[in-house]
Design a protein around this ligand. Structure first.
Ligand code: PLP
Length: 526
């Protein structure tokens, strides 16, 4: 493809994307293709000769789009949203147009101890690193994070994660960087915490180290343990505490492990769990953590964290505690933060814990500024060397929406969820299972007719009924919800967040759920 062909194909692609969004509402949310449909449509081997691009672009429309679940559909209420925006799309297009791995901002290359190319101050695109450093500080301010987490602090900092990336220990004011997913961010926090613990306690054996999670922590906790070959303790959190980790529970686990010679070195706490939006009790955890200075506390707020942009939610989300003692904090702008997948932001209170764990600088990557520690080498903040230019989309989104536009969107989606929760509360058939959390409601079908004599019989009956109910909802292609199990209760999650969802979609969803609920009850009673 030459430049003019690209111009034509590019205009056509934008036209088709606009048509996609104009027509999105009339599309099914869920694809109805059968597993393996695509293999049947594609040749088994790559073409020997290049093909006409018009045919390739047409095949995207014909073969790929029908196999997509439309996460931006206004009736998508599953998982958590991946709210994307046109600003983000354009940024991604620009970013990929220069295909810039932007892994280092350091200056002059070094050979032995001599500066090789004095004019080469920025070898891998300064704009990528510089924009990321500034965007992470903008985002930190948006969320109300303490200046200790700003890159300008010279101590802490942030970055967008790229398969595990850690901050450098320079005096250049970087503490936060974006990651590709919250799982990468957690993994990097564990790597940094492990390395810090081992430096403080060189006698500790790897098999003694334990990662703390709760029964509501995302799979990222167990995965980090699997990847790093470390033990994971899953602390049970209870229904009575709304699935929040309490200080006493943490203290008991720490004391028990100490007696058994175990070395808990990191707690992966959550603000806004996936199943129910539960929020660990960070003030109580903070008091315990202060008694156990070896315990790194990482806060995973992949979904809920962006709600910190609205001051009225900061108390409930424990911002003060995060600012007071968290070692690291992660939220995904690519979930509820209007920024196209992927943009997972990780802040650390002390960047040197990242670089001490991850800085490997072979001769071919040495630079004078890097050696002098006067610039950030983000490659030392995570596993990857090359990194996509993700900060660009954060810049476009934050500028185009502004703080107020961003807050308006968060508040609007929380209001839509409150509407859904109020409809459920007014229903004879549906019932809320746990208190609605921000833009998430967990509910189930709970008609009076199902009440039976014993609690466990009632639960079993309700679960059977709800599985029929959920089966009916899942068989539809005009709405998508996901399920979970809380305290043995099979429940359904309703997560609002698509930028295109309006009140009418909430009412339509509620009507549809009532209809399917009644049909499930009728079937169950037969
Ligand atoms: N943490 C929480 C609380 C989540 O809800 C999710 C996904 O829903 C994740 C982590 C995983 O996010 P990622 O896909 O960015 O790893």
């Amino acid at each position: 493809m030459d430049i003019e062909q690209f111009r034509k194909a590019g205009y056509q692609a934008i036209d088709r994307i606009c048509d996609y969004y104009y027509n999105l509402q009339s599309k099914p949310v869920v694809s109805s293709v059968e597993p393996g449909y695509l293999r049947e449509c594609l040749p088994a081997e790559p073409p020997q000769k290049g093909e006409n691009f018009d045919d390739i672009a047409d095949d995207y429309q014909k073969l790929i789009i029908p196999g997509l679940t439309h996460w931006q559909h206004p009736s998508f209420f599953a998982y958590f949203p991946t709210a994307c925006t046109f600003e983000g799309m354009i940024a991604d297009l620009y970013a990929s147009s220069t295909a810039n791995p932007g892994f280092n901002v350091s200056g002059n290359f070094m050979i032995e101890d001599a500066v090789f190319n004095p004019s080469l101050q920025w070898s891998a695109s300064p704009a990528c690193t510089e924009l990321e450093a500034v965007m992470m500080d903008w985002a930190a301010q948006l969320l109300g994070l303490s200046p200790e987490f700003y890159n300008t602090s010279g101590m802490g900092g942030g970055a967008i994660q790229v398969r595990g990336y850690l901050a450098s220990d320079v005096e250049s004011n970087q503490t936060h960087q974006p990651q590709s997913t919250a799982s990468d961010s957690a993994l990097i926090a564990v790597v940094a915490a492990r390395s810090l613990y081992q430096r403080k306690h060189p006698e500790a054996e790897l098999q003694e180290l334990v990662i703390y999670t709760t029964s509501q922590t995302h799979s990222l906790g167990l995965k980090a343990g699997m990847v790093l070959g470390l033990s994971v303790r899953v602390i049970d959190v209870t229904w009575n505490d709304h699935f929040s980790l309490r200080g006493d529970t943490l203290r008991s686990a720490l004391e028990e492990d100490k007696v058994n010679g175990k070395k808990p070195f990191i707690l992966l706490a959550t603000v806004g769990t996936t199943s129910s939006g539960a929020i660990d009790n960070l003030p109580e955890i903070g008091a315990i953590a202060k008694e156990h200075p070896d315990l790194w506390v990482h806060i995973d707020s992949a979904w809920a964290g962006v709600a910190l942009s609205c001051p009225e939610y900061r108390e409930a989300l424990h911002l003060e505690a995060i600012n007071d003692y968290a070692h690291s904090f992660c939220t995904n702008f690519h979930k509820w933060g209007l920024t196209n997948f992927d943009a997972s932001t990780l802040w650390v209170r002390d960047r040197k814990y990242l670089t001490e764990a991850l800085d490997v600088t072979p001769p071919f990557l040495r630079t004078a500024h890097g050696d002098a520690g006067t610039v950030i080498d983000y490659r030392n903040w995570h596993l990857g060397l090359g990194r996509r230019f993700r900060a660009l989309k954060l810049w476009f989104v934050l500028r185009s929406f502004g703080v107020q536009g961003f807050q308006d969107y968060i508040r609007r989606t929380i209001k839509l969820n409150a509407l859904f929760a109020s409809l459920v509360k007014s229903s004879d058939q549906l019932a809320i299972v746990t208190p609605p959390s921000l833009s998430l409601t967990v509910f189930h079908l709970n008609p009076k007719s199902v009440a039976t004599h014993t609690e466990s019989a009632a639960r079993d009956s309700l679960n059977s009924l709800n599985k029929i109910f959920y089966g009916r909802i899942s068989a539809r292609n005009d709405i998508l919800l996901t399920s979970t199990v809380l305290n043995g209760i099979f429940c359904i999650r309703f997560a609002v967040g698509s930028a295109r969802t309006e009140e009418s979609h909430i009412h339509a969803a509620y009507d549809l759920l009532c209809k399917e609920g009644q049909a499930a009850v009728d079937l169950w009673e037969q």
